[in-house]
Design a protein around this ligand. Sequence first.
Ligand code: ATP
Length: 270
Amino acid sequence: AQIYGMELVESPEENYENIGGLEAQIEEIREAVELPLTKPQLFEKVGISPPKGVLLYGPPGTGKTLLARAVAHQTNAHFLRVVGSELVQKYIGEGARLVRELFDLAKQKAPSIIFIDEIDAIGAHRNDSTTSGDREVQRTLMQLLAEMDGFDNRGDVKIVAATNRIDILDRALLRPGRFDRMIEIPLPDHQGRLAILKIHTQHMSIGEDVNLAEVSRLTEGKNGADLRAICMEAGMFAIRMERDTVNSEDFLKAIDKLSVDFDRHHFHTT
Ligand code: ATP
């Protein structure tokens, strides 16, 4: 459902099997977010507080959102998503109120996972400029910090945030009791790309000549979102040729096409 300013999902469908090449990161988030929700007594017995917030950082399109949704799926938690840039740009003057409502709703729907995408849009370190836009961002950030400080680690609301720009984040966000657990989500390596390609071709009719390891070697530097797009584009080439299986040639053409689009895009935007 799309509530004003946020997305609410009863329990997302994604699970850990839909995520390629992030085994270590999945382990980390299970320990930091899943375990406190499913086995809080473990933390009570040992006498430590689980983390309140986990920060996923790394380049775009690598599966940060996917990972957060999979944790919500695994724990049968509600998934509440907001986008930092939207909080301060789309709903001008209402960022702080939206943050308050987000936390109220999360508590009401608990167990729940709050996912704040592009947290750098509200959590970049402050400079001294005082345009009204900056003040709006600051108010929104202050409200977020206050909400985080105001609730209990042991409760069944967990916060996951994501950013491509950890370098510009305000230190205040990373202090103990806030986003004090950080998990890097890097670009996939060869094995990671192969795992992602397997996931995105599992429901496709793939010809015997297709070698996914070769596709992986030809896509160095690509992220999970690119790889998904390549699989879809390969399928489109097969459809255009009126074939019902996707062959090696289709994959090569798809890689070519997406590399060209990628270069063109970068040429225009930089
Ligand atoms: P952004 O920082 O741009 O929000 P993100 O890291 O949150 O990106 P996602 O939105 O999770 O990336 O990825 C976009 C899509 O790309 C996913 O829905 C999925 O289809 C595919 N994808 C990305 N990474 C992976 C992965 N590791 N395994 C499988 N699919 C992936």
